[in-house]
Design a protein around this ligand. Structure first.
Ligand SMILES: [Zn+2]
Length: 303
């Protein structure tokens, strides 16, 4: 998988069909592009894992992770779990970013991808036809055992973290966290607190609780996330979102959000900063994203 594969996502999705996946058009975007859902694995499986990638279109590791998972699942015998995946939730904005990606993809080029709107934050509203289509698709499920919304921090970050929905099974959360602690390369710090301030509660290093609002607040007027929507309909055992960074800068561990932002602006504009940082290459990002998802799938398959 390469960053420039972003330019051929539809082709890669259609290839999974040749390899045996069920590819379904579940709706069309505002500009008329297809929104696909791809299902792989035993239709009779009692466990269902749902993954949606790309609610934030500039966080381009998300669709690449989804495609990479589909490729792995079609090449190898999948675990006894049904996977249902939307690899590109916002095809219009992802294609704008893909068009701007140079052939030689640098960190600065990735940081400068800026076509993005907040489909995650407005998931429960009718603002975006993409969200309406994905909601209607989700409503057909009988059950969802684990739900993932794939995101990246899309920046140089002090380290790595994931959000976990507050209604998740804590036994699962702890097992996943210890698995990730064991498999993440040790130069990538699992953060002890959320640098964005969104979560105040660390469940484990690198895993922060995301409060899921009560049902009555999801009334179609107050915007809610896909994590809240899925939680309230299906009560999955595990609901999570990734925040994979493009590079890590341990010197920013105690920095304020403003200082982190300034460092990112420097690299975006000038290509360098006074802080030393280390890029996380694409293969390592994919490895971590997939390790996280497989660790949940293994628990789901055994449950
Ligand atoms: Zn995001």
């Amino acid at each position: 998988m390469e960053w420039v594969d972003l330019k051929q996502l539809d082709t890669l999705i259609r290839q999974t069909k040749v390899l045996g996946a069920d590819v379904e058009e579940i709706g069309v975007s505002g500009e008329g592009r297809s929104i696909y859902a791809v299902s792989v694995g035993d239709k009779q499986a009692t466990r269902t894992v749902v993954i949606v990638a790309g609610f934030h279109a500039a966080e381009v590791i998300a669709p690449l992770t989804a495609i990479s998972i589909l490729q792995t699942l079609t090449e190898n015998p999948p675990p006894p779990v049904r996977f249902c995946i939307v690899p590109v939730a916002d095809p219009d904005f992802v294609s704008r970013n893909a068009n701007e990606l140079p052939t030689n993809v640098t960190l600065q080029a990735l940081l400068n991808l800026n076509h993005q709107r907040d489909l995650e934050g407005h998931f429960t509203t009718n603002t975006y036809p993409e969200c309406v289509a994905i909601r209607q698709w989700l409503e057909h499920f009988d059950r969802i055992d684990a739900y993932f919304s794939l995101h990246s921090a899309h920046c140089i970050s002090p380290g790595l973290f994931f959000y976990v929905g507050s209604k998740s099974n804590l036994g699962w959360v702890n097992q996943v966290a210890s698995q990730i602690t064991a498999t993440t390369p040790n130069w990538i710090l699992l953060l002890s607190h959320d640098p964005t301030g969104l979560s105040q509660k660390a469940l484990s290093p690198g895993f922060f609780e995301l409060e899921i609002s009560e049902r009555e607040k999801l009334n179609g007027v107050t915007p809610g996330s896909s994590l809240a929507f899925v939680t309230q309909r299906f009560q999955p055992q595990y609901v999570g979102a990734s925040e994979m960074p493009l590079a890590v800068c341990p010197a920013l561990t105690e920095a304020s959000l403003a200082e982190i932002d300034q460092c990112n602006r420097d690299v975006k504009q000038a290509g360098h900063t006074s802080y030393s940082f280390q890029e996380i290459d694409l293969d390592t990002q994919l490895y971590i994203m997939k390790s996280w998802i497989w660790s949940v799938v293994d628990i789901a398959a055994a449950a």
